[in-house]
Design a binder for this molecule. Structure first.
Ligand SMILES: NC(=O)c1ccc[n+]([C@@H]2O[C@H](COP(=O)([O-])OP(=O)(O)OC[C@H]3O[C@@H](n4cnc5c(N)ncnc54)[C@H](O)[C@@H]3O)[C@@H](O)[C@H]2O)c1
Length: 317
């Protein structure tokens, strides 16, 4: 049987970098697509093609040339940048997804597609702990694009037989690549400013609680949902998945256990308004029941992992 070929679109970004490393380390065949070349030394030996996902012919040629079987579509405008450049964000997020779904419906070689949705599909009226089928009135361009994208995934599955699977990711925190313009980026960038001369300035309020997840769990979720038989999945849109919830002051208190004297101050900007519309947590019962979702990393584990990755020595605890 020919080997699976995993194609990551948006492979040089925060999530794509982590998934590429995981798949490569597992001995899988991986093809990287992005408009930006990968920078991580471990990925330089992998096949890379500079492809703009808005160019469907180029995308089709890359899928065909590499005999792609699994597509992970990560190229997107994120929440904060999307509010500043709404036309660009809508064009990229919608055109990219439709190109991928359309090619998956016409190319027999493509067996499965993974496309991430987000907690940004929720908004006022979704409740503090958003249910799987909570009312969805997203308040950002990004959230609208993810909400509509979920409906497109369902449509392509039901009417074109595309096996596309999705989860609603919370804010993702990883070590290998910088974040790309989201509302939860503070929880990554703070780790690069722990020993700066001034206190870290956070762009969210101290008590703005949001759902968050370590990259290892995020990558694990993508691989796990793709591994189960389609018949196990009751949801054709995107599954809620939950790992931990914290606010900036909670994260900084945990960091303070490793870095005595660490201090932060708060200067909320437009991203606070975006965050205020999102739930504190998601109810992920359906994901747990259907495909065995279960996160492994909590807040202390997340901070420990970020400290180790940045080789920040912490005093004995
Ligand atoms: N990071 C998070 O906290 C988070 C949370 C929820 C959902 N998601 C979703 O996960 C996916 C990946 O997010 P990320 O954080 O890795 O984003 P990112 O911004 O870090 O990476 C996106 C990548 O896409 C590439 N790209 C941009 N335009 C492109 C184009 N026209 N053609 C090809 N590539 C292009 C960029 O160069 C970048 O490398 C996105 O769909 C995002 O909405 C992320």
């Amino acid at each position: 049987m020919p080997q699976d070929v995993h194609c990551i679109i948006g492979a040089s970004g925060q999530l794509g970098t982590e998934l590429a490393v995981t798949l490569h380390n597992a001995g899988e065949q991986v093809v990287l697509l992005d408009i930006k070349a990968p920078s991580l030394p471990a990925l330089l030996e992998l096949p890379f093609e500079k492809v703009d996902v808005r160019d469907q012919a180029a995308l089709c040629a890359a899928f065909g040339a590499h005999h792609v079987t699994h597509v992970y579509h990560f190229a997107a405008a994120l929440s904060a940048r999307g509010e500043q450049e709404p036309q660009w964000a809508w064009d990229l997020n919608m055109k990219g997804l439709l190109h991928v779904l359309d090619l998956a419906s016409s190319m027999d070689s493509i067996a499965r597609v993974f496309w991430p949705s987000s907690i940004a599909v929720f908004g006022p009226g979704s409740g503090p702990v958003a249910a799987q089928s909570a009312f969805r009135l997203p308040s950002t361009v990004y959230g609208i694009s993810k909400n509509v994208g979920e409906h497109w995934c369902s449509w392509y599955h039901q009417h074109r037989g595309v096996d596309v699977r999705s989860v609603r990711y919370p804010g993702l925190i990883g070590t290998l690549a910088p974040p790309g313009g989201g509302t939860t980026d503070y929880a990554v960038e703070v780790f690069d400013q722990l020993h700066g001369p001034a206190p870290y300035t956070c762009f969210l309020q101290a008590n703005e609680k949001l759902p968050m997840m370590h990259m290892d769990d995020a990558v694990g979720a993508a691989l796990q949902i793709l591994s189960v038989p389609r018949a196990a999945l009751r949801c054709n849109e995107a599954y809620n998945i939950n790992a931990m919830s914290f606010d900036p002051q909670g994260l900084f208190a945990e960091i303070g256990r490793h870095v005595p004297g660490f201090t932060a101050e708060y200067a909320p900007d437009f991203r606070q308004d975006i965050a205020a519309g999102w739930p504190d947590a998601l109810n992920d019962d359906m994901a747990r029941e259907d495909w065995g979702w279960s996160p492994k990393i909590d807040l202390p584990g997340l901070v420990q992992s970020m400290m180790e990755a940045r080789r920040i020595a912490s005093p004995a605890r």
